[in-house]
Write a protein that binds this ligand. Structure first.
Ligand code: PLP
Length: 366
């Protein structure tokens, strides 16, 4: 039996999302069509838009459906970054880093938290900027001071785009409350289907130049026939209340079990998502740990980014100054349906693995 503890890669589909998708799939029509069939499908899509906009703090007209978080990030940088200098947090996801190639990098401290003084210094000099700062990190769960950064940006005539892909569904997230210019979210990280996400915009950025022009859908901001069933599943998943207290209890138990085996919690002293822990086991390679746990039926991932199956050195852990521990960290991220039994299985497998992989103690006895 597989114990799935890799929610930050993708969350299991919530039954509410599956039901909403089945219901929407049985209605035929293109939401752009003017006839009754088109209008029926359009109603499903607009209900989902209204529900997501209310949940994440924007006007329905300011929410643009995309194919996921990557496209939402790329659209924000394409549209809001025009003519602006780009500044990105050192621990941003590759969805941001690849779209903002050549950007100036905002450093983070040992807990992965971006420095606001450094940001202020960067904003004082140079042309008006677009700053990209994620709300919660995918590898460590570290939560960034986004509202404070947004206030700084406003003072200096800069815009702020927030990647809230990992935060949405796991903590309170509101574009309006954060005071940012735009925000990316993704359905499959909150228990909805893959293939859909959204870019939320502050009203002053409502009109933007599309990345995919096409047939004028999404008020000319994103061409292509929208995946209405997936959108319905996205909204249904987002409207399920979260149980952060239960998850944090389970996460802390997993963490204690690893600490007892000599692990180090990376970013453990900063603000973090309740479902995520990044555990470094000194002397044991991250990829070996992932394989050992996989063989024991536990799905986790390397702290290093492994977006295309390869385990590359993690820029997140390197930016936090982890040194060799950066190659020895795994990410354990609890899905919404994690159980006590999952944590018991993890604790037992981790202890067995640590026994095998821990470097032998060198005796200094004469
Ligand atoms: N941003 C962050 C922080 C992520 O963790 C991810 C996915 O792992 C993305 C963006 C990309 O989202 P999607 O998989 O929906 O394209």
């Amino acid at each position: 039996m597989m114990r799935y503890l890799d929610a930050n890669a993708t969350e299991p589909l919530r039954p509410e999302a599956r039901d909403a998708m089945f219901a929407a799939m049985s209605v035929t029509g293109n939401p752009s069509s003017v006839h009754a069939a088109g209008r029926a499908v359009r109603r499903i899509m607009e209900d989902a838009r209204e529900s997501l906009a209310a949940r994440f703090g924007c006007q329905p007209a300011d929410l643009v459906f995309t194919s996921g978080g990557t496209e939402a990030d790329a659209l924000a940088i394409h549209a809001l970054g025009q003519g602006r200098r780009l500044i990105v947090g050192a621990t941003e996801h590759d969805a941001i880093r690849a779209a903002a190639a050549g950007a100036d990098v905002l450093p983070v401290d040992g807990n992965g938290v971006a420095g606001l003084e450094a940001l202020a210094a960067m904003l004082v000099s140079g042309p008006p900027a677009l700053v990209c700062l994620m709300l919660a990190n995918n590898e460590t769960g570290t939560i960034q001071p986004v509202a404070e950064a947004a206030a700084l940006c406003r003072t200096h005539g800069a815009l702020l785009h927030v990647d809230a892909v990992q935060a949405a569904g796991r903590m309170d997230v509101s574009l309006t409350a954060l005071g940012a210019s735009s925000m990316a979210i993704s359905s499959h990280k909150i228990g909805g289907p893959t293939g859909v996400g959204a870019l939320l915009l502050a009203p002053e950025h409502r009109t933007l130049s599309p990345l995919i022009p096409g047939g004028g859908q999404e008020r000319g901001r994103r061409g292509g026939t929208p995946p209405v069933a997936a959108i319905a599943g996205f909204a249904a998943a987002a409207s399920v209340p979260r149980d952060a207290t239960r998850l944090v209890g389970l996460r802390d138990r997993a963490e204690q079990a690893a600490l007892a085996q000599g692990a180090v919690v990376v970013g453990g002293h900063g603000p973090r998502l309740t479902n995520t822990t990044c555990l470094a086991l000194p002397g044991a390679r991250a990829d070996t740990q992932v394989i050992a746990l996989d063989l024991a039926g536990i799905a986790v991932s390397a702290g290093s980014a492994c977006s295309s199956g390869k385990v590359a050195a993690s820029h997140v852990l390197a930016a936090m100054g982890l040194g060799t521990l950066a190659g020895q960290a795994i990410r354990v991220s609890l899905p919404w349906n994690a159980t006590e039994a999952d944590i018991d299985a993890f604790a037992a497998a981790y202890a067995r693995m640590a026994d095998r992989l821990r470097p032998p103690l060198v005796s200094h006895a004469a």
